[in-house]
Design a protein around this ligand. Structure first.
Ligand code: ZN
Length: 502
C-alpha cells in the first residue's frame, strides 16, 4: 500500500508542478507582460492546461485510488494519508466527468466572452454580451448535469468553490442574515454620514506602498517566501509553499484602496503560507474553500485591520508618514472614515455592513438564471429592481449594474459569489474561537503584536490546508455548525458604537 500511495503522490505532485507553472504565467500576464506577449502567452497557458487535464484524467490515478480505498483501513480516518486519498478522489471524479472536448470549448468560449465584456462594460452595452451570457448559462447547466443527483442545479457548481455547501442551506443562512442586516443598514443611514474626506487627499504612491508593506510584514508575511507587485485587480497567487505572491494597486487620491487591498491579499497569503510543509506537491496544499479563504482575507483586512485597537498603535505611525495629510485628523475621525457605511452601487467598494446585500442579490439572480425563472434578456431589469428594493438605489446604467462584476462573463454562472459572504460570517466565527482560546489577543493587537493571533490561526486552520472541509473545520474549531451569531454581534457592536445606535 505504501508503494501505491507513493505512486499516487508522484503523479499528483507532477500535476501540482504544472499548476504552479500555469499560475506563474498567469501572474506575469497581469503584472509585467508587455501587451504583444498576449497571443503566445495564451498558447502556452492553453497547452499547459491541456497537459494538466490529461494528467488529471489518467486512468492510472483511478486504479491507484481504487486499490488504496480497498486497503484503506491501513490509515486512520483522521490521518493525512486518508485525507489525501479522499481529496484526490474528489478531484479525480470532477476531472473525469467533464469531457475534454467540452472543457476545451467552454474555455474557448469564456475567453471570447471575457473580451466581449471588457469592451461592453465601458460602452454600457448589455445587448452585446447577452448572447455570450446565454451560452455561458447553457454551459453552466451542462456542467451541473455532469454531476447528477443534486437537489438544486446550482449545487454542483457551488461544490467547486465551497465544497459541501448547498443552494438551500446558503439561502436559509442568507435569509437569516438579511433579516439582521437590513434594519442595521437602515439605522446607520438615518444617522449623520461619516466624513471620509481625509482619505482622499494626495497620498504619494511610494509612501503608501512602503507603509502598507510594513504592515504586511508585521502581520507575518515572509518576504523570503513571497513578494508584492502592482496590478489592476489585486489578487493573491501561489506557485509553491516557498513562493506566495500578493498584488495591489495604488490610487494617489484614495489612501484606503491600496492599504486595505494589501491587508486583504496578505490574509489570503498567510493562509497559504501556513499550510503544513508536508502537504507540498499534494492536493491538500491549498485553502479548503472559497468561504474559508475569504474568512482569512476579511479577518486580517476588517476585523483586525479596520479595528480601533489596530489603529491605536498604527495611526501615529501613519500620521508620521503623512504629516501634512493627517496631522490634524484625530484617531477617531480616521477610524470613522475607514469604517464609513453607505448604500452604494458597486460591490467591491461597499463597506462591511452593506457588502453582503450586494452578494445576496447576485446569489439569488444566479439561482434564478440556472432554474430558468430569469431569462438573460431580463437580467438588467431584475438587477435594478433588486438594488431598488434591497439598497434603495438604482444604477443609472448597466455598466454599474449587471455588467460590474467579471465573474459571469469569464466563468460559470453559479457558485461564484456566496464565498464572499460565507467568508464574512466564518471570519467572525474563527476570530471568536481565537479569542476564547486566547483572550489577550485584542491587547496584543493594540500593542502591534499580531503573532498570537497568527499562530493560533496557523495551528487551528492554516496548517490543515484542504485536509478538512469547511464544515469539518468549523466543527473542530468551534464545536458546532456554521452560525451567523458571532458575525451579527461583531457588526452590531462595532457599528453600534461608531454610529451611536442604542
Ligand atoms: Zn479575497
Amino acid at each position: 500500500m505504501d508503494e501505491k500511495l507513493a505512486q499516487l503522490k508522484a503523479k499528483l505532485g507532477e500535476i501540482q508542478d504544472i499548476s504552479g507553472a500555469i499560475a506563474l504565467l498567469s501572474w506575469d500576464q497581469t503584472t509585467y507582460m508587455p501587451e504583444q506577449g498576449a497571443p503566445a502567452r495564451g498558447r502556452q497557458m492553453a497547452l499547459l492546461s491541456r497537459l494538466s487535464q490529461e494528467m488529471q484524467i489518467d486512468p492510472e490515478i483511478g486504479r491507484l485510488l481504487d486499490e488504496l480505498e480497498k486497503g484503506g483501513d491501513q490509515w486512520a480516518a483522521d490521518s493525512d494519508e486518508a485525507a489525501l486519498i479522499k481529496v484526490a478522489r474528489r478531484t479525480y471524479e470532477r476531472a473525469i466527468r467533464i469531457p475534454p472536448e467540452f472543457l476545451a470549448s467552454f474555455t474557448e468560449h469564456t475567453a471570447v466572452s471575457y473580451q466581449a465584456w471588457a469592451k461592453a462594460r465601458p460602452e454600457n452595452d448589455f445587448a452585446a454580451v447577452a448572447p455570450y451570457l446565454e451560452k455561458t448559462l447553457d454551459y453552466s447547466r451542462q456542467i451541473a448535469d455532469f454531476f447528477p443527483g443534486y437537489d438544486h442545479i446550482a449545487d454542483p457548481l457551488i461544490d467547486f468553490s465551497d465544497y459541501g455547501m448547498k443552494a438551500e442551506s446558503i439561502r436559509t443562512l442568507f435569509a437569516e442574515l438579511r433579516q439582521e442586516l437590513v434594519p442595521l443598514v437602515e439605522a446607520i443611514t438615518e444617522k449623520e454620514p461619516a466624513d471620509n474626506s481625509c482619505l482622499h487627499k494626495h497620498y504619494p504612491e511610494k509612501k503608501q506602498l512602503d507603509f502598507g508593506m510594513d504592515l504586511v510584514r508585521q502581520y507575518g508575511f515572509d518576504m523570503k517566501r513571497g513578494r508584492m507587485d502592482l496590478t489592476h485587480h489585486p489578487f493573491m497567487t501561489k506557485f509553491s509553499l516557498g513562493d506566495v505572491r500578493i498584488t495591489t494597486r495604488v490610487d494617489e487620491h484614495n489612501l484606503a484602496d491600496n492599504l486595505f487591498s494589501l491587508l486583504h491579499e496578505c490574509g489570503h497569503a498567510l493562509y497559504e503560507l501556513g499550510i503544513d510543509s508536508g502537504f507540498e506537491r499534494s492536493p491538500l496544499n491549498t485553502g479548503t474553500s472559497a468561504g474559508v479563504h475569504e474568512s482569512q482575507s476579511r479577518l486580517w483586512e476588517n476585523i483586525v485591520g479596520r479595528s480601533r485597537a489596530f489603529w491605536e498603535y498604527q495611526y501615529p505611525k501613519l500620521q508620521a508618514v503623512f504629516p501634512e495629510q493627517l496631522g490634524d485628523v484625530t484617531l477617531d475621525q480616521y477610524y470613522r472614515a475607514i469604517n464609513k457605511v453607505q448604500r452604494s452601487l458597486i460591490r467591491t467598494e461597499a463597506d462591511e455592513v452593506t457588502y453582503n446585500l450586494h452578494v445576496m442579490i447576485r446569489f439569488d439572480l444566479e439561482l434564478q438564471m440556472l432554474e430558468g425563472t430569469l431569462a438573460i434578456k431580463d437580467l438588467p431589469d431584475a438587477w435594478h429592481a433588486r438594488y431598488q428594493s434591497d439598497l434603495g438605489l438604482v444604477a443609472p446604467d448597466d455598466s454599474d449594474g449587471c455588467l460590474q462584476d467579471v465573474h459571469w462573463y469569464a466563468g460559470v454562472i453559479g457558485g461564484s459569489f456566496q464565498g464572499y459572504t460565507l467568508g464574512n460570517v466564518m471570519g467572525s466565527l474563527f476570530y471568536d474561537a481565537a479569542l476564547n482560546a486566547q483572550p489577550s489577543i485584542p491587547q496584543d493587537i493594540a500593542a502591534g503584536n499580531y503573532q498570537p493571533l497568527h499562530q493560533w490561526l496557523i495551528s487551528n486552520i492554516y496548517r490543515h490546508g484542504q485536509k478538512y472541509t469547511a464544515d469539518e473545520l468549523i466543527e473542530r474549531v468551534t464545536g458546532g455548525p456554521l452560525t451567523i451569531k458571532p458575525y451579527i454581534n461583531y457588526l452590531s457592536q462595532k457599528f453600534g458604537d461608531l454610529y451611536d445606535l442604542v
